[in-house]
Ligand binder design. Structure first.
Ligand code: FAD
Ligand code: EPU
Length: 339
């Protein structure tokens, strides 16, 4: 039986720790409950917010609609020769899934260790870290179309994954609720160690022949050293995307700032390290009211306690303006702004 609660505080449902409330709130533990919920025109017509772990959103004000928290659980796995298909409910904690796979030596997902949030949100922005993106291991997902009360399976190609991007942030924005995700992993590890910091940490540990578990532990160690733990300091990871610019734009930046941190991004494009741009504008570790940037990673905006969503949002606008006036590069927010 669905339980719709009224006036629920969201402070413990978003990793920024923003204290706002939802007019209505429902937790979904099974696919059938979505069908039941949206058969009722009252909920179908209401403004809604689908919530996983709340680790990639900034809640700017009280939400005057229905928050649908996805808590569908379960992990299944099937081995076929050297391939492993793992299917997880959208409400599973992402890192629990990673640990499930690493413990069984199912390879491919280890570089994505310790990313906060739920399995169901992982395709939305094609989560990525340390040289691997979700699209490298994603096989398919099952999703509920709200308008038609029906389910559909999306293949990897259907999702049109890009850097921090997918069809669910574009044409199909807010149209589907992902209920489970299937991953294709391997029993034969093909370790991805090209991210410099991984190699360095393996050397520091004297590991020359790393296992999947070693990679997972090294990635977790690097993450803990750089990123604030949301259980002690509110944040949503990188607040902005790393900007991708044309070669011509890049030449202009490079001619004035030859030390600019950059990576080739294919098709004559160049990706810049947003953290570097923000640091060069003097923002790294700055505290502004209740908010600021993280002392070890300028790309991460934090809540030092008691920040409002508006305060963080307007601080992020200040950063965008100053990066633009110094470098002529426009930063785009990576975090979902809910207002
Ligand atoms: P939420 O914040 O709950 O939701 C995010 C978006 O997805 C919202 O638009 C929401 O409506 C939608 N959504 C959520 N669940 C569903 C669903 N089942 N169906 C349809 N839509 C849904 N991200 C990276 O890519 N790489 C990183 O390295 C990384 N590091 C981070 C480090 C820290 C400390 C933090 C706090 C965040 C980091 N993130 C990173 C961002 C975040 O962890 C990911 O974006 C994660 O996938 C968000 O999951 P969530 O369940 O918390 O999503
Ligand atoms: N840098 C600075 N100053 C800073 C931060 C970074 O100069 O304050 C420069 C350094 O040169 C550093 C480079 O930027 O070498 C890259 O920094 P880092 O390795 O920390 O990665 P990032 O580009 O800042 C991206 C993702 C992270 C992901 C890491 C590791 C985006 C928007 N962010 O950060 O994802 O964990 O790479 O792969 O692409 C997230 O999405 O929330 C997130 C944390």
């Amino acid at each position: 039986m669905l339980q719709i609660q009224e006036n629920v505080s969201l402070i413990n449902f978003n990793t920024f720790g923003i204290d706002v409330s939802a007019k209505y709130f429902v937790e979904i533990g099974h696919e059938d409950e979505l069908v039941e919920l949206f058969m009722d025109p009252q909920w179908l017509q209401m403004e809604r917010l689908v919530l996983g772990g709340g680790s990639n959103m900034l809640l700017v004000k009280d939400f005057d609609g229905l928050v649908v928290r996805i808590n569908i659980r379960g992990i299944d796995h099937r081995i076929n020769h050297n391939e492993v298909f793992v299917e997880a409910g959208a409400g599973e904690v992402w890192n629990d899934l990673v640990n499930f796979c690493v413990a069984r030596e199912y390879a491919g997902i280890e570089n994505l260790s310790l990313i906060p949030g739920s399995v169901g949100a992982s395709p939305i922005q094609n989560i990525g870290a340390y040289g691997v993106e979700l699209k490298d291991v994603f096989y398919s997902c099952h999703a509920f179309e709200i308008a038609t009360d029906t389910f559909r399976t999306f293949t990897n190609e259907d999702c049109r994954f890009g850097y921090r991007d997918s069809i669910f942030k574009n044409e199909l924005k807010e149209k589907y609720i992902i209920t489970s995700v299937k991953f294709k992993l391997s029993l034969i590890p093909n370790l991805n160690l090209k991210y410099g910091a991984i190699e360095q940490e393996l050397v520091n540990r004297g590991i020359s022949n790393p296992t999947i578990k070693d990679v997972s532990q090294v990635v977790s160690h690097i993450r803990v050293s750089k990123l604030p733990d949301p259980s002690t300091i509110g944040n949503a990871g990188s607040f902005f995307k790393n900007p991708i610019i044309t070669k011509d734009q890049f030449e202009q930046v490079y001619s004035k700032f030859p030390e600019v941190v950059n990576y080739p991004a294919g098709d004559g494009l160049v990706k810049l390290a947003a953290g570097w741009l923000i640091e060069q504008c003097g923002w790294k570790g700055k505290v502004v009211g209740h908010t600021g940037t993280w002392k070890n990673q300028a790309l991460v905006l934090v809540n030092h306690g008691g920040a409002t969503g508006e305060e963080v949002y307007s601080f992020s606008s200040q950063i965008i303006d100053s990066v633009y006036s110094k470098f002529g590069v426009l930063l785009e927010r990576e975090v979902n702004i809910i207002n």
